[in-house]
Design a binder for this molecule. Structure first.
Ligand code: GDP
Ligand code: IMO
Ligand code: MG
Length: 431
């Protein structure tokens, strides 16, 4: 069985959760490799909606084992809540989930600093999810963060370490933000209690992934966020603090590139972005509102309305190229069913200079004006389609154009929220 990496190709929320759910039942492992509870991955089980923030989406299938990789930042309070909620809904999690001892912890002051830093930036705020992601990665890079492995310490040592950390954070809260201190002793005690829950799950990912390295076990890597939010390759500074791209899958699990056989990008048939930052193909008029309401474009984590726009071919080709995607899935095609015209950005006008190269420069991207190619819509429902032949001719023309321009196969087209609402096209859409 070929291992597969699932990567969000745009600004997140492409429908990764649904696709991971559709493709993961046969894998031995599903691993998250970066990010934290800023992610919100939605899966429909009949009419029931499950939104996962930290637990890998593949764990909704019995028999699949889950890994929270060392590249993640995990809020133990949020993880406990998510596990309990899933178990109450009938999914066994604790016996199938392992956590790398290298995974960094998000503590309450990270979330507090995340909120306060956003307030301070005001006009230039990033519009983070407020989950403490940036400050936790700052602690990691500063080599001062606490890790899951610390929860294995004797309780008194853990307590001391947490108190020291919170006292240091309280100084930052006071000096930089004029904010009240957090109660170090009670937080440390809560963490000692949480450590009892997580101790049996914390492990060396090097050890547990031996079967993946020798080829006796298979793995799916579940990316969170998307390429354009990558700390290195995204629209900096309006990005997240981790690496959703292929490099993150390597460093965030410790598995070598030879374990990554298929690299599958997930792209919406249009584009959305939640939070601030440049978005060349954003539609500010009524059509944007129409996409938002037809696509239900509200954040799965924060409930914020997502900004909506047309498919950006330059950005998508960039995502395919820098990750070496071996195939892509196009989701939410059905959301375009009622549009009479569908646009795709095929070029940018950057200060009078035409370009087909995606630009990530802080000052360049906001100045880029998209040049569109227009397609006649299909104006027919697609949700019941299950084969390429079922899709309206104009929908096929649109998909064929994307496949040709992206230079890689479209291996699936999602036409509705349900797991069954899929047209699988392993040989691509150009026949
Ligand atoms: P993720 O973060 O990439 O997993 O995506 P989210 O779950 O945040 O957002 C995707 C939203 O689109 C969810 O509400 C999904 O249920 C929904 N969705 C996924 N695929 C389709 C599709 O093909 N059609 C429609 N209409 N909705 C979809
Ligand atoms: P999934 O996995 C969409 C965005 C935030 C903000 C920026 C930085 O569901 O696709 P952060 O809290 O990470 O410091 O915020 O990144 N963002 C996402 N947008 N989907 C996500 O995850 C996101 N996770 C973070 O809105 O603009
Ligand atoms: Mg999401």
């Amino acid at each position: 069985m070929k291992n597969r990496v699932i990567i969000g190709g745009q600004w997140g929320d492409e429908g990764k959760g649904k696709i991971v759910d559709s493709l993961s039942a046969q894998f031995d492992w599903v691993a998250r490799y970066q990010g934290g509870a800023n992610a919100g991955h939605t899966i429909m089980r009949g009419d029931e909606k499950v939104v996962l923030h930290l637990v890998p989406s593949g764990l909704l299938h019995d028999g699949v084992k889950g890994l929270l990789g060392g590249g993640m930042v995990v809020d133990p309070w949020a993880l406990k809540e998510e596990i309990i909620e899933l178990e109450q809904r009938g999914f066994s999690i604790r016996d199938r989930l392992v956590i790398s001892s290298n995974t960094h912890l998000i503590l309450p002051f990270h979330k507090r600093i995340d909120e306060l830093a956003e307030d301070k930036l005001t006009r230039k705020s990033i519009g983070t999810t407020g989950r403490g992601i940036g400050p936790a990665y700052m602690d990691k890079v500063a080599r001062s963060g606490l890790r899951m492995g610390d929860l294995l310490l004797p309780p008194e040592n853990l307590e001391r370490k947490v108190i020291e950390k919170i006292l240091a954070a309280n100084e930052i809260l006071a000096s930089m933000y004029d904010a009240d201190p957090l109660p170090s002793a009670s937080i440390a005690q809560e963490l000692v209690v949480l450590a009892d829950i997580f101790r049996p799950m914390i492990t060396s990912s090097y050890e547990v992934l031996a079967g993946v390295r020798n080829g006796s076990e298979s793995i799916m890597f579940e990316g969170a966020q998307g390429v354009l939010l990558d700390i290195d390759h995204g629209s900096f500074p309006f990005v997240t603090s981790s690496s959703p791209t292929i490099a993150g899958a390597i460093s965030g699990t410790g598995l070598p590139p030879r374990c990554m056989h298929e690299i599958t990008g997930i792209f919406k048939a249009y584009c959305t972005r939640v939070g601030n930052g440049p978005f060349p193909t954003e539609i500010l008029a009524d059509e944007g509102e129409e996409l938002r309401s037809l696509g239900g474009e509200f954040g799965a984590t924060t409930g914020r309305p997502r900004r909506c726009g047309w498919f950006d071919l330059l950005a998508a080709r960039y995502a395919v190229d820098i990750n070496g995607m071996t195939g892509v899935v196009i989701t939410k095609l059905d959301v375009l069913d009622s549009f009479s015209t569908i646009k795709v950005a095929v070029e940018y006008d950057c200060n009078g200079e035409p370009t087909k190269m995606f630009q990530t420069g802080t000052d360049v991207l906001p100045a880029c004006k998209p040049i569109y190619k227009e397609f006649a819509g299909w104006e027919k429902p697609t949700t019941a389609c299950r084969t390429l032949a079922d899709l309206p001719a104009n929908a096929r023309k649109y998909l064929e154009f994307l496949e040709e321009e992206l230079g890689t196969h479209i291996i699936g087209v999602s036409v509705g929220r349900g797991a069954e609402d899929m047209v699988w096209t392993p040989e691509g859409v150009i026949t």
